[in-house]
Ligand binder design. Structure first.
Ligand SMILES: Nc1ncnc2c1ncn2[C@@H]1O[C@H](COP(=O)(O)OP(=O)(O)OP(=O)(O)O)[C@@H](O)[C@H]1O
Length: 391
């Protein structure tokens, strides 16, 4: 388990991380989300003892990283896939890491096989593509067969097959009881990979909850209704009845209607009362991406001026805080922009690996938790620095 308490990091006047407290538990994949510059990498570096907190502390299995006995065997990490001596072959790179940590050489060949680099093991890594570099970084993280794994943007540069492989790898590692903490910007991917989320914005905790709760708390559900295509008057009649009953009705491109503010049984009864036949009446939930955009829109530091001019910046819905303030998570707002077809956050149960099979090869693939209130502007540094130890 990874445990952070009051974790704060300042670089001069810049507060990169402020008062972060969270736990990353074993047995599930925990996603670490936040806009660019929100402090994800800084947090990961502090977990790994590569940066010293200005205040607060973070432990792995109860110890600060630098005090962990035999840390490389207990914790594996991919922070920067490019942090490799390009003149070395993939195998010699891993071999040197293994030797430094007392890991037997045969494990190097094992992990090369796990990440699919066995055929290029003798090639210098400077000729590797981005995706091959990511695989090499993942191999290095797995080298010590650690119980705790941290991955910073592990699918960066991977092709779809590689993304699927990483997804399955993360799930398998978690199903083996390991602690898996993974940052990503790819929300759709996170929705498929992670069960739990920690979301930060401007270095502060915005949410710590299951993917399912995150979507439910940060997006407005809606109903989709369709009347017979050949009878537009039915659609008009239904729109009038629903609006009169207090619902908000938005037409969709395919002729359907998006309805908020009314429960499904009410819609059904109103349609029946208006003598309108329905071809569809279905509940919908926004995707993780929409929920994430909604939550972090007030905590985005870097936004294209072109996007702002073109109006791509999300409008502030009624009840939301203006963008410069921290949003208060967990408050679903009606009338949010229309999401495309929903993605199911619910995942099938993870199967335990079968004996005598490569457990990494092809694996199968939430009560309302604490929500951090937006703290005030960052105050003064205090905590004692931790020992430095670059892995
Ligand atoms: N060594 C440093 N010196 C000064 N400022 C830094 C340093 N490292 C990070 N920062 C600043 O701290 C903030 C958080 O950076 P960090 O890299 O942790 O964010 P991130 O969430 O990982 O971003 P991204 O998603 O873009 O990778 C940024 O404003 C960054 O400029």
């Amino acid at each position: 388990m990874i445990e952070a308490a009051g974790l704060t990091k300042r670089y001069g006047a810049k507060t990169a991380v402020y008062n972060l407290s969270f736990q990353v538990r074993p047995g599930t994949v925990t996603g670490f989300l936040g806009p660019n510059g929100s402090g994800k990498s800084t947090t990961m570096r502090m977990i790994l003892g590569l940066d010293q907190p200005t205040a607060g502390h973070v432990t792995i299995g109860g110890y600060p990283y630098n005090k962990l006995p035999n840390a490389p065997r207990q914790v594996g990490a991919l922070l920067d896939a490019k942090a490799v001596h390009g003149g070395r072959t993939a195998r010699s790179h891993l071999l040197s890491l293994a030797q430094l940590s007392g890991i037997p050489a045969r494990r190097v060949d094992e992990v090369l096989g796990v990440v699919g680099l066995q055929d290029v093991a003798k090639r210098r890594s400077k000729g590797f593509s981005l995706g091959m570099g990511q695989r090499l970084g993942i191999a290095a993280a797995l080298l010590g067969d650690p119980q705790v794994l941290l991955f910073d943007e592990p699918v960066n540069g991977l092709d779809p097959e590689g993304i699927l492989w990483v997804r399955n790898l993360m799930k398998t590692l978690a199903s083996e009881g390991r602690t898996v903490f993974v940052s990503s910007h790819l929300m759709s991917e996170m929705a498929l990979t992670a069960e739990h989320l920690i979301v930060i914005g401007r270095g502060q905790l915005l949410a710590d909850m299951s993917v399912r709760d995150f979507i439910a708390h940060n997006s407005a559900g809606f109903a989709r209704v369709r009347t017979p295509d050949s009878e537009p008057q039915q659609r008009e009649k239904l729109t009038a009845a629903l609006t009169e009953a207090g619902g908000q009705v938005l037409p969709e491109q395919d002729g359907g209607l998006r309805v908020t503010g009314l429960a499904l049984p009410q819609i059904s009864d109103l349609a029946h009362g208006a003598d309108v036949r329905l071809w569809e009446l279905s509940p919908h939930q926004a995707s993780l991406e929409e929920a994430y955009m909604r939550m972090t829109q007030g905590a985005v530091d870097y936004r294209s001026t072109a996007d702002q001019r073109a109006g791509f910046q999300e409008p502030v819905p009624p009840g939301m805080m203006p963008p410069q303030q921290m949003p208060v998570p967990g408050q679903g707002q009606p009338g949010w922009y229309a999401p495309p077809p929903p993605q199911a956050p619910v995942q099938p149960p993870v199967q335990p690996p079968v004996a005598n099979q490569n457990p990494y090869a092809a694996p199968m693939a939430p009560p309302a938790p604490p929500i951090a209130p937006a703290p005030p502007a960052a105050p003064a540094p205090t905590a004692p620095p931790m020992d430095k130890d670059a892995r």
